[in-house]
Design a protein around this ligand. Structure first.
Ligand code: ZN
Length: 459
């Protein structure tokens, strides 16, 4: 059921390859290459994902990255970026790039003044006054030169009263019309943004108003502002059915792995978030059995990789003990390895979801992943409990048997058990299915000593 559409003279097209329920497997084509969706876009705020070489970022499986309009306008200046050849040349990143509009950052600044024209504020460092308008945001983003640029919208805080949320919806629509008129470069695709706070009727209204303007893609904005997982999903539920089916949908600033899985189940195609890189730098690392804080004392002598199933350079070569030492000694390499691992984890998760949708096993994957990944108290918090009878491990298209986060007891047993091992479960893992179109990279290391399973998940 491959279907492809593009807007008139749009530099971007979207191909909806297949669906399972509301989950979508697609492909976005831009002037700098393709993005397989559902996709996660790592954030390079100042035109760099902190601590990572672009070649390392590409190795994580990332097919697109983000840069931040507000920060780059402040320094080095979008005119300087243009003189340095634009973002792709400056960053030596030849894959797609997306820039946000600057709205989200600007609306979080103190002493902000907004009128119909735009938003006035003072520069953080110099105190110099500046006004950001839809036209100015387009000019800045045209100078930066990303493949996908975002409309300048009105971001309301959470919680927000109904009336200002409603006014923001209408102003966002008016500003979107101005953005479209001001956008000059034919090699950049402008995405519109749906607002409406957490009010389902305003979300529906905003989705309709935004979709009236023909654009190559649409985003759900104003989420990830403290509303929590359940409200966020309610926002997606209220918005997604009214978004154009044959255009990519981008949920902005989201999120935790459980948010990504649940939003993919609701028909979202693209995500971005600072979380994996920010957490990675501080030593909160994702594993298939939930996040661990690797800087804790209990990991000091831990000889296991962060996640034994992970394909990243860090997990192939280093122990948790070494990363614990690096981060606690404030060595730069610790932050680099943490970031590399976390972004690889997110890319592996997206790849696993894409494969599951292709194979028609996404619903089972979703349940099995969340059951494995979330702790019981987190399942309570998020109201995500599953009937064990509904969970088929064979549908988990990555191998949790190897995602061991062992206890001290496990480590002692493994040490004394010698050769008394069980059959490596990867041999029966569905991740080795030949039918899968996107196979994870092969592991380079022997995993004999990771075979013993543990359900325990250190925090
Ligand atoms: Zn890793």
């Amino acid at each position: 059921m491959t279907e492809s559409t593009s807007s008139t003279a749009s530099p971007l097209s979207f191909e909806l390859i297949t669906t399972e329920g509301r989950a979508r497997r697609g492909r976005v084509t831009t002037p700098h290459g393709q993005i397989n969706t559902p996709a996660f876009m790592p954030v390079g705020t100042r035109a760099t994902v902190k601590g990572l070489m672009p070649r390392d970022l590409a190795e994580t499986g990332a097919e697109i990255c983000l840069a931040n309009t507000y920060h780059l306008h402040v320094a080095p200046g979008d005119d300087v970026v243009k003189k340095l050849g634009g973002l792709h040349t400056m960053m030596a990143w030849d894959k797609p790039i997306l820039t946000d509009s600057g709205g989200f950052q600007v609306f979080s600044l103190p002493k902000l003044k907004m009128d119909e024209e735009g938003v006035s504020f003072n520069y953080k460092k110099s105190g110099k006054p500046i006004k950001l308008t839809p036209e100015r945001s387009m000019l800045i983003q045209n100078n930066l030169g990303a493949d996908i640029i975002m409309a300048f919208d009105v971001c309301v805080p959470f919680p927000c009263d109904y009336r200002p949320a409603q006014e923001a919806v209408y102003r966002t629509k008016r500003w979107l019309e101005r953005c479209k008129a001001a956008h000059k470069r034919e090699d950049q695709a402008l995405f519109g943004i749906v607002q409406g706070s957490t009010y389902p009727d305003l979300r529906a209204l905003s989705a309709q108003l935004t979709a009236e303007i023909d654009l190559p893609g649409y985003a759900i904005g104003g989420v990830s502002v403290g509303e929590g997982h359940q409200l966020m999903m309610e926002v997606v539920d209220a918005t997604e059915p009214l978004m154009p089916k044959h255009k990519p949908r981008y949920l902005m600033g989201v999120g935790y792995p459980e948010d990504l899985v649940e939003a993919v189940a609701r028909g979202v195609d693209m995500f971005d978030c600072v979380l994996p890189s920010r957490y990675g730098r501080s030593g909160v690392l994702f594993t298939r059995r939930g996040p661990i804080r690797v800087t804790k004392g209990k990991y000091k002598k831990d000889k296991y990789p962060v996640d034994t199933q992970c394909t990243c350079y860090g997990c192939q070569n280093f122990s948790r003990g070494y990363i614990n030492h690096l981060l606690n000694s404030r060595e730069i390499l610790g932050s680099t390895l943490g970031t590399l691992h976390n972004i690889t984890f997110y890319q592996d998760l997206m790849r696993a979801m894409r494969t599951a949708i292709e194979e028609g096993t996404f619903e089972s994957f979703r349940k099995a992943f969340l059951d494995e990944y979330l702790s019981d108290d987190k399942k309570d918090d998020l109201n995500l409990h599953f009937n064990p009878a509904e969970i088929t491990r064979d549908d988990l298209s990555w191998d949790t048997e190897h995602s061991i986060v062992p206890t001290k007891q496990d480590l002692r047993e493994t040490k004394s058990a010698g050769t008394n091992k069980t059959q490596p479960s990867s041999q029966k893992s569905p991740s080795n299915k030949a039918s899968s179109s996107e196979q994870p990279k092969k592991h380079k290391k022997s995993r004999k000593h990771y075979e013993k399973r543990s359900k325990n998940k250190p925090k």
